[in-house]
Design a protein around this ligand. Structure first.
Ligand SMILES: NC(=O)C1=CN([C@@H]2O[C@H](COP(=O)(O)OP(=O)(O)OC[C@H]3O[C@@H](n4cnc5c(N)ncnc54)[C@H](OP(=O)(O)O)[C@@H]3O)[C@@H](O)[C@H]2O)C=CC1
Ligand SMILES: CC(C)CCC[C@@H](C)[C@H]1CC=C2C3=C(CC[C@@]21C)[C@@]1(C)CC[C@H](O)C[C@@H]1CC3
Length: 417
């Protein structure tokens, strides 16, 4: 039976903050879906109307959600081109993870392509977003409850450091068990990259097709948003292994926060730009589009360069592409990069991600704040995430981390932050 883990400082404002977020996040999702299709599309204004239960709840939406989750679970269980081990756990064991996320994306694309060729009305998905988001939110509450119950049976070594405060609301939000699994099926790893991320690009595609149906062809702005975000999702799945070293997998429990983030927040709010464009077409000339493509390319170059440099260095520090970089030794035996991308700021990958986030909003023009929601939310998320990571690194590396902070004083944006 599970016992209390070591006391970790409470995050997100403790139980009150967790309770508030559990109300606020679903309400924000519904608000964004409603305002994106409203005429004024005001991010900060009230929604045009409050939807009744009949607009929110629909059995076909539930059926679609369950089919989608079932399909992605089946693709996860297919033989993988590679099976890799995660980081060492408290009990010194290592879990094994299939690396077949990109394969799941390609197979999903083939299935969708096949469906379209026989007349699948994918564009109709854009009319189901509200009931789908609502149904997925309800499912996420039930799923998080089951995860919470399952954690009662987890051994103490399987519990997350942060989600076992003893307060039910807080622990339900943060997640108690670090790696909840049934046999080899890892729920957190599955949810982090598959149904939500692939669902996001599918929703984008549905919005593009709906625009083509309404206006004869998709707009240039819609093509850019679809292309940029497909690149981002394809990249994440291509580099799936890298997610195994993120704090979500190594540190955070699997509870409402991640389950909702992965299954609801990502597909329904990250597709906001495409939702906005469907209802608010924006003129975009080729020269502006070219500049926006350049901004996305610069962001991607920084994001990928920084992530690949760190991943290569962590896997094999003597790899020729990183062997010449300057490093600081730490007491753990690991070294910290102080030149290359990681010598510019302490989170160059966040900088690249933010530049891309801006490029995803720019095709929507400057008339509305709504399409910039992702950029603003993401800025807040990364500032908060950076602070959490700094705390963990200071704990891990002590004086070496302090020396790194002295040598590389800026966190995300050179000379500014
Ligand atoms: N679109 C979205 O919603 C989100 C996107 N992301 C993106 O996901 C990616 C992963 O981000 P995230 O999981 O936050 O973590 P990072 O990839 O930034 O990893 C942080 C870890 O890197 C290691 N590290 C830090 N500095 C150095 C250094 N100088 N030299 C070597 N190793 C170092 C430390 O771990 P250790 O030393 O133990 O290896 C640290 O804990 C990012 O590109 C981020 O932008 C993240 C969250 C949300
Ligand atoms: C709604 C909550 C307050 C916050 C939820 C956060 C989640 C949406 C994000 C936490 C970490 C994430 C990562 C990614 C997507 C968003 C979530 C799940 C990536 C998979 C995005 C693509 C990158 O290449 C890797 C990221 C890892 C972390």
């Amino acid at each position: 039976m599970a016992s209390q883990g070591p006391q970790a400082p409470l995050e997100f404002g403790g139980p009150l903050g967790a309770a508030a977020l559990m109300l606020l996040l679903p309400a924000t999702t519904i608000h964004l879906l409603l305002v994106a299709r409203s005429g004024p599309a005001r991010l900060l204004g009230p929604p045009p109307h409050l939807p009744g239960l009949s607009a929110l709840w629909s059995p076909p939406a539930l059926l679609l959600l369950l089919t989608w989750l079932g399909l992605q679970a089946a693709l996860y269980l297919l033989p993988a081109r590679k099976v890799t081990e995660g980081l060492e756990l408290k009990d010194k064991s290592r879990l094994r993870y299939p690396i077949n996320g990109f394969q799941a994306l390609v197979l999903t694309a083939l299935l969708v392509g096949l469906g379209l060729s026989v007349g699948l009305p994918l564009g109709m998905l854009s009319d189901m977003l509200l009931p789908l988001a609502f149904t997925t939110t309800l499912t996420t509450f039930i799923f998080s409850f089951l995860l919470y119950m399952k954690a009662q049976m987890a051994p103490p070594s399987g519990l997350a450091p942060g989600g076992n405060s003893g307060n039910t609301i807080y622990d339900f939000f943060m997640g108690r068990e670090l790696n909840p699994r049934i046999c080899s099926f890892d729920f957190k790893y599955f949810c982090e990259l598959r149904p939500g991320l692939i669902g996001w690009v599918l929703i984008n595609l549905a919005l593009l097709m709906q625009e083509a149906e309404l206006r004869g062809s998709p707009s240039l702005a819609m093509w850019l948003v679809n292309g940029f975000q497909l690149l981002y999702v394809g990249d994440a799945l291509w580099h799936e292994e890298a997610v195994l070293t993120t704090m979500d997998i190594t540190h955070d429990g699997f509870g409402f926060m991640l389950a909702f983030g992965d299954l609801v927040w990502v597909p329904f709010t990250y597709s906001l730009q495409a939702q906005f464009l469907l209802h608010h077409p924006q003129p975009l000339g080729p020269p502006t589009a070219l500049v926006i493509c350049l901004i996305n390319a610069v962001g991607y170059y920084i994001f990928r360069g920084a992530n690949s440099q760190k991943n290569t260095f962590r896997k094999n520090p003597s790899d020729p592409s990183v062997a010449g970089l300057e490093t600081i030794p730490t007491a753990t035996g690991k070294r910290l990069l102080v030149s290359g991308w990681w010598g510019m700021v302490r989170h160059p990958n966040y900088l690249g991600d933010l530049v891309m986030a801006l490029a995803w909003s720019l095709p929507c023009g400057l008339s509305h704040l709504l399409p910039y929601f992702y950029f603003l939310y993401f800025l807040a998320l990364l500032v908060h995430r950076e602070a959490r990571d700094e705390r963990q690194c200071l704990q891990k590396y002590g004086r070496a981390w302090q020396e790194y902070c002295q040598r590389v004083p800026y966190r995300i944006i050179p000379y500014i932050y």
